[in-house]
Write a protein that binds this ligand. Structure first.
Ligand code: PEP
Ligand code: CO
Length: 451
């Protein structure tokens, strides 16, 4: 695209899914305040992630992108952040050990506050209320007043993101993620289970491998890769005003970076080629993602690749397919072929959550663990058939023992959904289901012969 770009050039394009802020002046004040605050991440970190994702694009690493559907202002605590990190680290260890390639870890965390909605209104009782659009916009409380978009929430979202990121950095660099602690990452409710036992076995094998390395004279103490990990942050770049406020020019390269997170993605509802979201993100240097639903055509995918990655930089663009368990194999193959034939270095990952959502008889939105596995299996088969690398998974999860998704080792039934249904948006895998899924993914990849 030859058109000039600036952090505000998106404003002359149509932006879907933006809140109806009632008070323009208050919105301007909030955005100005955030624009005056320090960036949350640095451009150099975004470039490191880009390099790692380049290895995924080349088939030499695997991407695990995981976290809440929507972070909550009410569930903001050290324990909540630690438990989410813990399950991500456990999954990553299982995948690294089983696949034998590095696992790039990217959280849906420290900024995942904005939600697109299929409908602007939601019927509650006999009232039509404006939909909940994420804590950065309004409150899920079902009253008219609580649903009015409030710009002060933008500042609060920035502050919560900063604290969350601070703790993540402390945990990942300060000893919590040390590989010698791999046993201690298991939570009590997981230890007693089948996947807990499998995890313990794997942790024992890692201990033995570390002892072996030491016996061979390798100084494991001073090898920082064994004691620290990189966990990157990401969220859907939905509220473009907020993203613009955190977009800064890198003093080293002169390039623009959206410093609200390391990686930003465009959702299924906002990926219009002539829309504001693509216009905004094409100009920032961060690694980008875009959701790809079952209606996407090969032509669309190629135009998207040209718009977001015209220089064909490996790792720049991750396409996150979310097709549905029964559609993925047929829908994905033509897209894989098109990108490959055009020479676009796409990181392909599978979101097995968003096209497998349904309403249980009791009225709860849910997903079945088996559908999630089926979609990943179809994704892996499609890649195997097209000789392309199934580069990763994109999962909604929590470390907690919630009952939001059906099935899994505990075989959660629809009658149990009310027990601990705590999400503010979509249903998430709980700690056990997430760990189980990591083992399943490794098995699927090995059975399909891709590793
Ligand atoms: C999400 O990731 O929470 C989401 C809304 O996904 P999608 O855009 O794929 O529907
Ligand atoms: Co979601």
């Amino acid at each position: 695209m030859a058109r000039t770009w600036s952090p505000s050039s998106w404003q002359s394009f149509e932006a879907q899914q933006q809140p109806d802020w009632p008070d323009e002046a208050a919105l301007e004040r909030a955005l100005k305040q955030v624009a005056s605050y320090p960036p949350l991440v640095f451009a150099g970190e975004a470039r490191s992630l880009l390099t790692s994702l380049g290895h995924v694009a080349a088939g030499n690493a695997f991407l695990l992108q995981a976290g809440d559907c929507a972070e909550s202002f009410d569930e903001f605590s050290a324990v909540n952040i630690r438990e989410k990190l813990r399950v991500i680290l456990q999954m990553a260890v299982v995948l690294t050990y089983s696949l034998g390639v590095p696992v790039v870890k990217v959280g849906r965390i420290a900024g995942q506050f904005a939600k697109p909605r299929s409908s602007s209104f939601e019927r509650i009782g006999n009232e039509d209320l404006p939909s909940f659009r994420g804590h950065i916009v309004n409150s899920p409380t079902p009253t008219m007043a609580a649903r009015v978009p409030d710009p002060d929430r933008i500042v609060q979202a920035y502050n919560q993101s900063a604290s969350t990121l601070n703790l993540l950095r402390a945990f990942t660099k300060g000893g919590f993620a040390d590989l010698t602690r791999v046993h201690q990452w298991t939570q009590e409710f997981i230890t007693s289970s089948n996947e807990g036992e499998r995890y313990e076995q794997l942790a024992n094998e890692i201990d033995r491998a570390l002892r072996f390395m030491r016996a061979c004279g390798i100084d494991t103490e001073s090898t920082s890769a064994l004691h620290e990990v990189d966990v990157y942050t990401s969220h859907e770049a939905l509220i473009i005003g907020y993203e613009q406020a955190l977009t800064r020019q890198d003093s080293l390269t002169g390039g623009w970076y959206d410093c609200s997170a390391h990686m930003l993605w465009i959702g299924e509802r906002t990926r219009q080629l002539d829309g504001a979201h693509i216009e905004f993100l094409r100009g920032v240097g961060n690694p980008l993602g875009c959701k790809i639903g079952p209606e996407a055509s090969p032509e669309f995918v190629l135009e998207l690749c040209e718009a977001l990655n015209p220089a064909r930089i490996p790792g720049r663009l991750t396409l996150i397919s979310r097709m549905g368990a029964n559609k993925v194999e047929d829908s994905l193959r033509p897209l894989l072929r098109a990108a490959r034939d055009a020479g676009h270095p796409v990181v392909w990952i599978c979101d097995p959550m968003h096209a497998n959502t349904f309403t249980a008889p009791g009225g709860r939105k849910t997903r079945h663990f088996d559908d999630i596995c089926t979609e990943i299996a179809g994704f892996v088969r499609a890649h195997h058939a097209e000789q392309s690398w199934p580069g990763g998974i994109h999962i909604e999860l929590t470390g907690d023992n919630v009952t939001e998704c059906l099935g899994g080792a505990d075989d959660i039934l629809d009658t149990q959904l009310d027990d601990r249904y705590e999400t503010v948006c979509d249903p998430r895998l709980n700690g056990r289901q997430s760990l189980d899924l990591a083992f399943r993914v490794a098995e699927l990849m090995r059975t399909a012969g891709v590793v």
